[in-house]
Design a protein around this ligand. Structure first.
Ligand SMILES: [Zn+2]
Length: 395
C-alpha cells in the first residue's frame, strides 16, 4: 500500500493504558519483523543449498524441452516457488495479520473473511510476480550485461500502472469506496479542495469500518484516477475541523507532488538494487553450478541479493518518506493558519490505531515511514508559531 498511496498513519496515544498497549503492539510487530527476515533468509538458503531450486528448474526444463519454451519453464518455476514460500509463511501471516490484530481488538474480521482477503492478495501477488519475473528473466537472457537497466524501467512502468489502478481496481477488492455524501461535510471538503485550486480531485469515503476499528486517510491514484480517500472510521468520530486538517495534509502531498517524488527515489533505489543483484549473480552463478545468470534455478541468489539490498536501503527510503510527511503537515498548518486541528486529529488517529507515541529513535529511523506523533506535533507547533509571527508582522 505504501507505494501506492501516502498514508497519514501516525504514532502515539494519550492515556497511560493506551500508551502501554501501543508499546506492546509496536514491540510485537518489531519482533515479528525480525522473525520474518530470519525465516526468509533461512528458506532461501535451504532452497539454494539443498539443490531443490536447481532440481525444480531442471525438471521443468526437461518437461518443456523445446528451446522456445524457456518462458513457460520460468513461469511455472516462479509460480511454484512463490506459492511454496507463501504456504511456508502462512502460519506467521495468520499470527501477525489476524491473531495479533484480533488480540489488540483492532480487527473486526472473522477468520473466514480474513482468509478470503489473504487468498485474494495471494492470487494478485502471484499474477504480479509472474509478469514481473517473466520480463526480468527475458532481459537476463537477452541482455545479460545491461538487463538491470531494463529491469529498472520495467519496475518504474509497473509502479506507475499499479499506482494508477490502485484506487479503482486493487483497493476495491478489499474495501468499499464511494464518493463522499454527507452533505454538510461534503460542502466543506469541496470548498477546501477548490480553495486549494484542485477542482479535479475527487474525495471518497473508504469503507474500513466493516473490517477494522483503525482509521486512515490517503492520497491515491495517478493522473485521472487520483483522489483523496478518507476512512469512514475517521468520518464518524472526528470533528469537521479535524477532517479538514487531515484533508489538508493529503492535499499537501498532492501539491508537493509526493507520489512522483517517492517514485523517483524508488526508481533510483531499484536501479541500485538491480545493479547489486547483477554483481552478485555474476560472482556466484557459476560457482553454484548454473550455466548462465538467466538460469531460473539461480532465482534464490537473485532474490537473496534483492532482499538484502531492500533491507539495507529501507532506512533511506523511510528517511525520505518522513521528510515528505513533515512537508505535508507543514502545508496543512500554513493553509489553515493553525496547528490545533491537525494536532488533535493526529492524537485521535494514534490512539485509535495503537501507534506508539515515542518509539525508540533508531526504530523510527530504520522502520517507520511516518515520524512519531510526538515529533509531528512538535514540528506542527513550530510551523504554527512561524505562521502567526508572519501574520502579526503583516497585520
Ligand atoms: Zn501523509
Amino acid at each position: 500500500m505504501d507505494t501506492m498511496s501516502s498514508e497519514i498513519n501516525t504514532s502515539s496515544s494519550p492515556g497511560e493504558s493506551t500508551g502501554k498497549k501501543a508499546r506492546e503492539y509496536e514491540s510485537i510487530h518489531n519482533r515479528l519483523f525480525i522473525v520474518r527476515i530470519v525465516l526468509t533468509l533461512l528458506a532461501l538458503a535451504v532452497y539454494l543449498f539443498s539443490g531443490a531450486s536447481a532440481q525444480l528448474a531442471a525438471g521443468l526444463s526437461s518437461r518443456f524441452s523445446h528451446p522456445w519454451l524457456w518462458s513457460v519453464v520460468n513461469g511455472f518455476y516462479t509460480l511454484i516457488t512463490i506459492f511454496g514460500f507463501a504456504a511456508l509463511m502462512f502460519p506467521l501471516s495468520l499470527y501477525s495479520d489476524y491473531m495479533v490484530e484480533r488480540h489488540f481488538e483492532l480487527s473486526k474480521q472473522s477468520l473466514e473473511s480474513w482468509m478470503g482477503d489473504f487468498f485474494k492478495s495471494l492470487v494478485f501477488e502471484l499474477a504480479l510476480a509472474l509478469i514481473f519475473f517473466e520480463v526480468v528473466y527475458a532481459l537476463l537472457r537477452w541482455m545479460p550485461n545491461y538487463w538491470w537497466i531494463g529491469a529498472t524501467l520495467s519496475y518504474v512502468l509497473f509502479a506507475v500502472v499499479l499506482s494508477s489502478i490502485a484506487p479503482v481496481v486493487i483497493m476495491p477488492l478489499f474495501h468499499k469506496f464511494e464518493p463522499l455524501q454527507d452533505s454538510e461535510l461534503t460542502e466543506a471538503v469541496q470548498g477546501f479542495v477548490q480553495s486549494a485550486g484542485l477542482k479535479v480531485l475527487g474525495v471518497f469515503r473508504w469503507g474500513l469500518d466493516e473490517k477494522t476499528v483503525t482509521a486512515n486517510a490517503a492520497l491515491a491514484g495517478l493522473g485521472r484516477t487520483r483522489r483523496i480517500i478518507l476512512g469512514d472510521t475517521m468520518l464518524k468520530g472526528y470533528s469537521q475541523d479535524e477532517i479538514i486538517a487531515v484533508l489538508a495534509h493529503e492535499v499537501g502531498h498532492y501539491k508537493n507532488r509526493d507520489m512522483w517524488r517517492l517514485m523517483v527515489v524508488g526508481a533510483f533505489l531499484a536501479a541500485a538494487g538491480f545493479y547489486v543483484a547483477h554483481l552478485v549473480l555474476q560472482a556466484l552463478v557459476l560457482r553454484f553450478g548454473f550455466q548462465h545468470i538467466g538460469d531460473i534455478g539461480s532465482f534464490p541468489i537473485f532474490v537473496f541479493s534483492l532482499f538484502l539490498f531492500s533491507l539495507i536501503s529501507m532506512p533511506l527510503g523511510n528517511f525520505y518518506s518522513r521528510r515528505r510527511e513533515y512537508a505535508a503537515d507543514e502545508y496543512a498548518v500554513r493553509t489553515l493558519k493553525a496547528a490545533t486541528p491537525l494536532v488533535s486529529a493526529l492524537e485521535k488517529l494514534a490512539a485509535q490505531n495503537l501507534a506508539d507515541r515515542n518509539p525508540a529513535a533508531w526504530i523510527e529511523f530504520c522502520l517507520h515511514s511516518h515520524p512519531s506523533i510526538a515529533r509531528r506535533v512538535a514540528r506542527a507547533r513550530i510551523v504554527e508559531a512561524a505562521v502567526q509571527a508572519t501574520l502579526r508582522a503583516v497585520g
